[in-house]
Ligand binder design. Structure first.
Ligand code: MN
Length: 724
């Protein structure tokens, strides 16, 4: 690189030092030289696509930031912003040469650069999440990144068409909205129009041409109107600057799209701006304007009293202008104007001295409260696409500003209702919302919130959650998502509960000694074996029948062979059908197959009777079983009796009715445990204020069962205990 190449950048560096010295006299501007030299050495012979030395880019970025009156650290970080990414210099080098704050900014910018923005929603959301996080650590990082992008967009012509489109898309999706949110209108407008130019070259050119033609045609009218207002203000002895301003092309185009209008129908593409010295002058001017022309109703907006969330302040009104068409007039102070144009960047202008990474004053913190909200949201959405959609809809669109009763400003999409407001305050407030007051009057939930409304949400602890109708009323994507989540979760919980019950019942059916399978760790092992990360997801899939119990039982045998092996042995010992000979004696017949009837489930001690069947040998019933009374052919009946040496367990069902009282179930179950009677399954329901429990358990004989029933009756709430 020869010296000639650097003459231009050398001059820019001198200018930067000049600006910084004037604004921050205590800054040691030799640090700027040092950063410049390091960047020149580091980038060496690197060239931009245009063929120019690479160093032109960081110097240009630093120069724009100096013009924004950003502090010296920001300018230095800008000079070094591509050094970690593109050269051999490291974070530690920059800490050693400068300080941690500067090194941190440069490294964060490199991290954002490395993220690959793609059209896939997942990575877009991740990209935004990372940017937002870095912003919250030091807002200067994002300001450098915005200006970096601005300079790259200005020099995009050297890139391939594909690259131009990709960068433009990204600029429109992410950078322009962030500039808007930070209140940096000047950067937002330029970024938008540059991206517009590359994405829709023909539309852009045509609109640009239309605007130019109209400007020429209206030139005299505009000049006259400006002069008319200036003279009036002079008469009122108010000092003010009056001029015309045009919307940027992208804004005009967006408005045409949104209102389905032609360019000629967009009357506010152009407005008169009046910049004065203090707030009271703003209102006096507003009065003058309203005296001079007819006001178009409902167009007046007082953003001085209720600033936008990005800090924007101004009075807007629309009048019928001198030529009979609507004319928007914007009135503000010089300080407001700078904040409106430069947003957070303007903040540095009113700050004396340095701004350190950690030192953030309260006002500034309030200014970027939306940032914290965004971070909060980014962690609270189920999917990246939900987050992205909400952010695009709710954060980067036109908004209405309302107050909480405490005076906190809440920003919502235009057309929002109190439910949107409730969900913005907190999801729980939304879910328990039963009504709303606006400016102390009860309003319906579909009331459209107006600028400056003070909104109070009425909630109830017993509210059953949102109504599905709300989905048609709310405007913000945030509220919509939260309401949908509520229903999704409620449904999910139902399915989880159902799944858990199904599995529980299946395992209990296996018998008491399989109960070990129901231990938390065994169930978790089972869930993992089906690739579920947690039990809830596992139960959910059982609940919605994506997993069937047959598959699960097979898996259980594979996973817990020891339990099944032990059980198989016990089964031979205890299964009544296999041990029938020991338990039941059939008079006069030896070695005959018997089984216990399922209708009455006899247990040792019950009076029993046998019924011969065609296929299954003898079926054993209780003598009082209704099915026996219905047998007319008495020849089928056989005398049977219990063998004394029984050691099997028999299933029996109990019906228990109680007065409803919390905790009574525990007391009812206690005798089962005390008597060591295993419960196989249980269920409960409430009928006419009474609780009805059905319990399947295993007992050895009637004596034990009678003892159990006696114990259950001791619980005061128990009304009735029946054998099923
Ligand atoms: Mn760069």
């Amino acid at each position: 690189m020869n010296n000639l190449d650097l003459r231009e950048t050398d001059n820019k560096i001198d200018e930067i030092k000049q600006i910084i010295h004037e604004k921050y006299p205590e800054s040691d501007v030799s640090q700027i030289d040092k950063a410049y030299q390091l960047a020149v050495t580091a980038h060496g012979d690197q060239k931009r696509r245009s063929g120019e030395p690479y160093i032109i880019h960081p110097v240009e970025v630093a120069y724009i930031l100096a013009q924004y009156k950003m502090d010296m650290e920001t300018v230095i970080a800008a000079l070094l912003h591509d050094v970690i990414e593109d050269t051999k210099y490291t974070y530690d080098d920059l800490v050693a040469e400068f300080n941690e704050g500067i090194a941190y900014m440069v490294e964060s910018i490199s991290k954002i650069t490395r993220l690959n923005y793609q059209s896939k929603e997942e990575s877009q959301a991740e990209y935004i999440r990372k940017m937002v996080l870095s912003m919250s650590n030091d807002i200067r990082i994002i300001i450098i990144k915005l200006v970096d992008r601005l300079h790259n967009m200005r020099t995009l012509e050297y890139m391939t068409t594909a690259k131009q489109r990709e960068k433009s898309r990204e600029t429109l999706d992410i950078y322009a909205p962030i500039a808007n949110r930070l209140g940096i209108q000047s950067i937002k407008a330029e970024l938008e129009d540059l991206a517009f130019q590359y994405l829709q070259p023909e539309t852009y050119a045509a609109l640009k041409e239309q605007v130019a033609r109209k400007r020429e045609k209206n030139q005299n009218y505009i000049n006259e109107t400006v002069k008319l207002i200036s003279d009036k203000l002079k008469d009122s002895k108010i000092t003010a600057k009056v001029y015309g301003r045009e919307k940027n092309l992208m804004s005009i185009y967006r408005k045409m799209k949104k209102t389905d209008s032609t360019f000629d129908e967009i009357y506010d593409y152009y407005a008169i701006r009046i910049i004065t010295e203090n707030v009271s002058d703003c209102y006096s001017i507003l009065g003058d304007v309203h005296m001079t022309w007819n006001v178009i109703p409902n167009r007046m907006k007082d953003y001085i009293n209720v600033p936008k969330a990005n800090g924007y302040q101004s009075l807007h009104t629309t009048v019928v202008g001198p030529n009979g068409t609507p004319l928007e007039i914007q009135i503000r102070t010089q300080e407001m104007h700078e904040t409106n144009e430069f947003g957070v960047a303007a903040h540095w202008k009113y700050k004396e001295g340095r701004v350190s990474t950690k030192q953030k004053d309260k006002k500034f913190d309030e200014e970027i409260s939306w940032l914290r909200q965004l971070i909060d949201w980014s962690n609270n959405f189920d999917s990246a696409s939900e987050f992205l959609e909400t952010m695009k809809m709710d954060f980067f669109n036109e908004e209405v500003y309302v107050y909480t009763p405490n005076g906190e400003v809440i920003e919502l999409p235009n057309g929002s209702c109190p439910i949107d407001f409730a969900y913005r305050i907190h999801t729980d407030v939304g879910n328990s919302c039963i009504g709303a007051k606006v400016n102390d009057k009860i309003v319906p939930l579909n009331y459209t919130l107006q600028l400056g409304d003070i909104v109070t949400i009425l909630t109830s602890k017993t509210a059953r959650g949102p109504s599905r109708d709300w989905l048609n009323i709310v405007k913000s994507n945030h509220a919509k998502t939260k309401i949908k989540q509520f229903f999704k979760r409620a449904e999910r919980q139902e399915n989880i509960d159902r799944g858990r019950e199904i599995l529980d019942t299946e395992i209990r059916k296996l018998g008491s000694s399989y109960r070990e399978l129901l231990k938390q760790q065994n169930l978790e092992k089972l869930a993992y074996s089906f690739n579920y990360q947690n039990l809830d997801d596992f139960y959910l899939n059982i609940g919605v029948s994506t997993l069937n119990t047959g598959t699960i039982l097979k898996k259980l045998q594979l996973l817990f062979p020891e339990i099944f092996k032990k059980e198989d042995e016990e089964l031979i010992l205890t299964n009544p059908s296999k041990r029938k000979k020991t338990d039941i004696l059939v008079s006069g017949i030896d070695n005959i197959q018997t089984h216990l009837a399922q209708c009455c489930k006899p247990i040792p001690g019950d009076n029993i009777i046998g019924v011969t069947t065609k296929a299954n040998g003898i079926s054993i019933h209780r003598s009082d079983c209704p099915n026996i009374k219905n047998i007319h052919n008495k020849d089928k009946l056989v005398d049977v009796k219990w063998n004394d040496t029984n050691y099997n367990k028999y299933q029996v069902g109990l019906y228990i009715e109680t007065f409803t009282r919390q905790g009574s179930l525990l007391e009812i179950l206690k005798p089962f445990y005390d008597l060591n009677i295993p419960i196989i399954s249980s269920s409960s329901k409430t009928v006419n204020d009474n609780d009805i429990f059905t319990v399947d358990c295993e007992v050895k004989n009637l004596e034990l069962l009678q003892q159990l029933v006696k114990e259950i009756y001791k619980v005061p709430e128990v009304l009735k205990v029946n054998r099923i």
